[in-house]
Design a protein around this ligand. Sequence first.
Ligand code: ZN
Length: 608
Amino acid sequence: MKPLPPVRYRIQPRRPQAHRFEVACTVADPDPAGQRFALPAWIPGSYMIREFARHVVSVHAESRGAAVPLAKLDKHTWRAAPCRGPLTVSAEIYAWDLSVRGAHLDASHGFFNGTSVFLRVIGKEDRPCEVEILAPPGRRYARWRVATSLARAGARAYGFGTYAAQDYDELIDHPVEMGTFAHVAFSVQGVPHEVALTGRQRCDLARLARDLKRVCEQHVRLFGGPPPMERYVFLVTALGEGYGGLEHRASTALVCSRDDLPQPGVTAATDSYRTFLGLASHEYFHTWNVKRIKPQAFTPYALDRENYTATLWAFEGITSYYDDLALVRCGLLTPEQYLEVLGRAITQLLRTPGRRRQTLAESSWDAWIKYYRQDENAPNALVSYYGKGSLVALCADLLVRSRTGGRRSLDDVMRALWRRYGRRGAGVPEDGVERLAEEVTGVRLRSFFDRALRSTADLPLESLLAAVGVDVEVRAAESAGDRGGRPATTGAAARARRVTLGARTADVGGDLKLTHVFDDGPAQAAGLAAGDVLVALDGLRATPGTIEPLLGRLRPGDTVRVHAFRRDELLELAVRLAPPALDTCCLRFQKRPAAAALRLRRGWLEGR
Ligand code: ZN
């Protein structure tokens, strides 16, 4: 049988200052009824309709030098008039989104996801794809190179030229960076791993490579090696401030703050560097969990609409659990630091009244319209399938370990998911994770999962952590910046906040603005709303700098006169202050745990 002709793409940042990529797509044998083309409405891994077609500035088609009429069928689909082919559709695409989800281009660098730039040739998605990546014209770009996990098909290493993908699904799963990035490489069980680092930064690349290698090896150990790709690339963009990551089958795009990266000559690991390693760890774990062990609802992805699943807790929550657990298992976090991280995750959940409104299954299903489109009411209305999902994974792990005397764990469930679904490329049914967990561990988990995923009841964290000799302590926040994870500072306990407004505030240009008003709290009861700007408490000027001392003088039950602006209208309200909620969690290793608890703890933290 003659192989089908590939779909040929060509992309060039023709005028970087105008932030436009020029992209052409050529089909040798277009649909005789009129070939249709479309851009995806979303990018896998980020569950929100983004309508990338809105960045198409112009589009036209031609065949053998003659223009072919193009009709637009809906917001992201075009149909070319019937022609014999070859048919080329060319588009100019605006690229000014400096996130891991879109495309960005200026004279300093270019970055794109295939979902932003490559038209899908409808009906020919299975065809092999070739893409020619061209440098911007002009000598000032002579030093630009290319970093991507796309397979080279003529291009030299890091060079412009031709790359290839097996099909459209693969083509859009290898983001591309071009510019003058820094570069470092390491190997994991013989598989080359690379870091391409963009942006103005001073990073200790050798240390970064050393630490990332440990993280990658840890995940490979968990699933059983070798790594499931031929090559892996971390595409990192360092900015003044930024945080985000998106997983792909053989790479990840990360955005971080340049201060998160390890600085030359510094050996200590800062909190923010550990956060960066946690992000890299998260995305690398996704190489298995969600890129290969996939929900049935994503096999294949429907790129023109929402893809509903109630199981994002398993793909994002379990991944969020293992991202930091891997750091402690490979020695990049101490067990005490890990407890601090867990304490903060529990604190975040306790500070989310929406955990009483939305179940984890609902959070997952509605990710498209809720988690990814949060507004001022979000804390009251929703719960995160990342945050709560990671704690469900923790509970499931500890439950299995304690019921089986440490012979089974969530690690076994992950390996089984990899064997049964991931390696074979079969989608995981909606109840697949729960059923396999029971099957592999022999532990009845149905009532646990019903409670954790399909009810808003609290998780049994205290009893399960006790099984590994960890005590849970819950207290009031000491200040607005208290994220939990640490015990109350002695002495400062007297300075601890004694009252709460029941609202979150932010410094917006020097104004003290309410960003969120919590359900059933004092601010809501008094009639304050998100967006209001507080200007005075009991006749004294309130600012971001004075609010804490002003509240510090008051006691629960006191009524305080509040002046605030809503839009340009002054309000005067009476707020009856409440005692602060016990919403700040700290975990501690028991001094003398039982031998059995100590054994379970070792298995948990050491991954045995
Ligand atoms: Zn994730």
